[in-house]
Design a protein around this ligand. Structure first.
Ligand SMILES: *Cc1c(COP(=O)(O)O)cnc(C)c1O
Length: 487
């Protein structure tokens, strides 16, 4: 460092040296916990900041001068502690959206959690055939199960459904810029910049739009087929509904046409459930099995939407087409890791016992929770929350509606129950709800609700009974006087 001759610098120089600080007993303790390199770096950074402060503010000069060893070491300790807090935190999802993409979608059942734990720390026969002792294919771990559950001939798994669609288009239409026929009513944007036309372009395929936004006929498909046609594709309307004067063509008819003309038919199902949800009291969704049975040559769907597993994209269908997909070099770039397969396999296996699925599959259990459960929880939690918030807010237990999320069944809502919080009259003007929302987010385990109609809604569907005590305990931390105060 260049010595300067201003009085301020002279004063700043009074800061203890790094060496001296490092000899302090509490600093030594820190080195045991964090390693000497990190502690020294943090000490240097802090001393540099104090020096700058001393140079720029007359008032701070004294502060820097005052900075004794123990205050400096304890600041360093606090900074190191904060740097070690993971940015990825567990939260309470009380938004009312069960499969919330921004909150990581499906929660996995215990069997999957255990399998992932083992896979994390042990070598596995990921691509190794224990029978022959030769190299295997990672898809083998789930392919038979997927075929059993969907009636398809073959299956493969990639990183997510977006990847599945990309890989499918690239394989069937990408190489020779083949045309893919899609109805204008199905050219959807899924969210997060995933738009069918864009994906098509990136996959090297040529989009051939047919029909109109609200109506497409079988003749539109038939008339569009030409020597460049590589594929006919249907996309499930995941996150919107077209109603009124509408017509779309049944998959069966398109598949028959495709077979007559030698063109494969693919369906992007999006959520793609493996069971008839109406048997569990939920709105109906086309199952993967039905879609395969209706004649689709390939079907793609997500692992972490209604299926209730890890993030993954699954492609099932004709053996020759799946084999071709597996040979596409992009498959190597889009493949899943061992953690995904470790989690996916036991989740799929649960589907072999559909009558037990409601208990065992977390996603289905949350989606089918009876309203009375949530109502009971709401009544238990209401006095605790009201007490924590004080008179600035009015808490009430109310019926509300949850949604499935991730684009599944966008128009159907599930009867739920929870707490709604309104600002007391005198605080209505002060963004009291926004402040409360922030306070809830600042809790050690952040609580996420949603603001609508002048209230903050905490839907209790995703707070299972086992978590309730911990949730209730944390509410005590809200008992802060600054709730409706200044900032
Ligand atoms: C959700 C969805 C996708 C994207 O799936 P991810 O698993 O999120 O990549 C693609 N198509 C449809 C129809 C979807 O609903």
């Amino acid at each position: 460092m260049q010595p300067e001759s201003t009085p301020a610098t002279q004063r700043a120089v009074k800061l203890p040296s790094v060496d001296k600080l490092m000899l302090d007993p509490s600093a030594l303790l820190l080195t045991e916990k964090y390693g000497r390199t990190r502690v020294v770096n943090e000490v240097r950074k802090l001393l540099a900041e104090l020096r700058v402060e001393a140079l720029s503010h007359a008032g701070a000069m004294e502060k820097a001068g005052e900075a004794d060893i123990s205050t400096i070491v304890s600041s360093v300790s606090e900074r190191l502690r904060q740097a070690d807090v993971s940015p990825l935190k567990c939260v309470y999802n009380l938004t009312g959206t069960v499969l919330h993409t921004n909150l990581g979608r499906a929660l996995l059942p215990d069997v999957a959690v255990q399998a992932v734990m083992q896979a994390l720390s042990s070598p596995m026969n990921l691509e190794f055939d224990l029978e022959t002792g030769k190299r295997g294919d990672r898809d083998d771990l789930v392919e038979d199960l997927l075929c059993e559950l969907t009636g398809a001939e073959a299956a493969t798994v990639v990183n997510n459904n977006a990847a599945a669609v990309l890989l499918l288009l690239s394989t069937l239409a990408g190489e020779h810029h083949g045309e893919v026929i899609v109805s204008r009513g199905e050219l959807v944007e899924i969210g997060g910049a995933f738009r069918i036309p864009d994906i098509m372009l990136r996959a090297g395929a040529k989009l051939h739009e047919i029909g109109t936004t609200n109506r497409t006929h079988l003749a539109d498909y038939a008339n569009a087929i030409n020597p460049q046609t590589a594929l006919m594709m249907k996309v499930h309307c995941s996150n919107y509904a077209i109603s009124g004067f509408t017509k779309s063509v049944d998959l069966e008819q398109i598949a028959v046409l495709g077979r007559e003309r030698g063109i494969p038919t693919a369906v992007d199902l999006g959520s793609g459930t493996l069971v008839d949800l109406s048997e569990y009291g939920l709105p109906r969704e086309p199952t993967v099995r039905e879609t395969v049975a209706a004649g689709a040559d390939l079907v793609t769907f997500s692992g972490d939407k209604l299926l209730g597993g890890p993030q993954a994209g699954i492609i099932v269908g004709r053996a020759d087409l799946i084999a071709k997909i597996k040979r596409n070099p992009l498959k190597r770039a889009l493949r899943v890791g061992k953690l995904t397969l470790a989690a996916l396999e036991p989740v799929l296996a649960l589907y072999r016992a559909p009558e037990m699925l409601r208990d065992r599959l977390t996603t289905l259990r949350l989606l089918t929770r009876p309203r009375a459960d949530m109502q009971q929880q709401a009544e238990q939690l209401l006095p605790l929350l009201q007490q924590a918030l004080g008179s600035a807010y009015l808490v009430s237990a109310e019926a509300m509606l949850s949604q499935i999320g991730s684009g599944a069944l966008p128009v159907d809502q599930l009867p739920s129950y929870g707490l709604s919080i309104r600002a007391a009259l005198e605080h209505k003007q002060s963004n009291a709800l926004g402040k409360l929302e922030k306070l809830l987010r600042d809790l050690p385990r952040p609580v996420l609700g949603r603001i609508a109609q002048d209230a903050l809604w905490l839907d209790l569907r995703c707070l299972e009974a086992a978590q309730q005590p911990e949730f209730a305990q944390q509410l005590g931390l809200l008992r802060a006087s600054h709730l409706t105060g200044g900032q």
